[in-house]
Design a protein around this ligand. Structure first.
Ligand SMILES: C[S@@+](CC[C@H](N)C(=O)[O-])C[C@H]1O[C@@H](n2cnc3c(N)ncnc32)[C@H](O)[C@@H]1O
Length: 355
């Protein structure tokens, strides 16, 4: 997923830098602003036990699958529901089930009724986040997954796999420039294509992992790990508003929505890391509470906290250091109206070896 602040292109830099600092006896990697889970996934593949967390529920779902799921999904209770599934090899069933869901008839549900032209054309505000057909397909797939869960045709692990596959897939057909803070007037080419449910990657390994959906400052007191990796928001843009439709697809809870973009209420998900006046105090509290041997923080030179703020706070816990890398900015930041228009930013990886 094209996610604000994604570390996809920085994974090797992170691993190389982290390996220069940490000792060999580190087994647990905590990714507590996990977002898409791409960092946790990378370290899961290296054999670590991962503890993941994020305040957004769609992110919890992604991490519950990518991190939490670590055994093959066999869909045993669906064998009697989906014709032909019984003949499919266990490892190929994920694709078969996704193909089945890709073919079911669309339904006029919450997504169609609120985020597609067909469903909103008689309202004061017309929205076009998805084509009518894809909105209806998304509703049908999401409702079918819920129905299967309620009827116990799928396990919890299978449920999270399927919703992850839907979130990742539908995002590719969204009629947006990048995030869900606005939609485009005309349906762009990718949004016109037919939604196909692509199975999300399953990373099989031997470790049990943990996944939380809480504010980091409350979860940090409950967990302990060798490496604590922190990748907070850098600026005032709340993830809750930029990804509100993914949140609604993940929860599928018929929320009250308002405004041009059909925003759901997000008061309890407002991040203090996006607040200029709160961020330092909140970060200090987090660093002081963390139970880890090493703490790493990704942050760039345009963030709300200054380099010196971070150095001062992290030094409270032990020996401080940092690595740097030049980084091409996220596409959505290209607008000329933004304060920073340079194409490169400096990405820092701050660390502290805790006393
Ligand atoms: C920079 S993104 C992380 C990106 C992630 N490393 C990736 O590569 O996909 C920051 C994440 O922090 C989450 N977040 C913001 N405030 C939070 C808080 N107080 N507690 C937990 N998660 C929070 C956001 O929902 C967002 O997913």
């Amino acid at each position: 997923m094209n996610y604000i602040g994604s570390k996809l292109s920085l994974l090797e830099f992170l691993e190389e830098s982290i390996s220069k600092v940490v000792g060999k006896n580190c087994n647990t990697f905590c990714d507590l602003f996990a977002g898409t889970g791409i960092v946790g996934r990378y370290f899961k593949k290296k054999g670590y036990k991962i503890i993941a967390n994020d305040i957004q529920y769609y992110s919890y779902i992604l991490n519950r699958h990518y991190i939490g799921n670590h055994k093959e999904l066999k869909f045993l209770n669906l064998l009697k529901v989906i014709p032909g599934l019984i003949k499919i090899k266990e490892k190929d069933r994920k694709l078969f089930v996704c193909n089945y869901l890709s073919c079911i008839n669309g339904i006029k549900g919450f997504i169609y009724n609120n985020y597609c032209v067909g469903g909103t054309k008689n309202n004061i505000i017309e929205r076009q986040y998805f084509s009518d057909e894809n909105g209806m397909r998304c509703d049908a797939i999401r409702q079918k997954i819920e129905e299967w869960k309620d009827k116990k045709f799928i396990s919890g692990d299978e449920y999270y796999f399927l919703i992850t596959s839907l979130i990742e897939s539908i995002d590719k057909y969204a009629n947006t420039a990048s995030v869900y803070g606005a939609f485009l007037k005309k349906l762009k080419k990718t949004a016109q294509k037919r939604l196909l449910l692509k199975p999300a990657e399953l990373i099989v390994n031997d470790q049990e992992h943990q996944v939380f959906n809480e504010d980091i400052n409350s979860v940090v007191g409950k967990i302990e790990g060798d490496i604590l990796y922190l990748d907070p928001p850098y600026n005032q843009r709340q993830y809750a508003t930029n990804y509100h439709i993914l949140e609604t697809i993940a929860r599928y809870d018929n929320p009250i929505i308002h405004g041009k973009t059909g925003l759901r209420d997000y008061q309890i998900q407002k991040s203090l890391y996006c607040s200029r006046t709160q961020v330092k105090k909140t970060f200090r509290d987090l660093i002081l509470k963390a139970k880890a041997k090493y703490i790493f923080l990704s942050y760039n030179n345009e963030g709300l906290m200054s380099f010196n703020d971070i150095k001062e706070i992290m030094s409270l816990r032990g020996k401080y250091g940092n690595f740097t890398k030049e980084y091409s900015r996220f596409k959505a930041d290209k607008s000329k109206n933004r304060k920073f228009i340079a194409n490169k930013t400096v990405e820092y990886l701050h660390y502290v070896i805790c006393n």
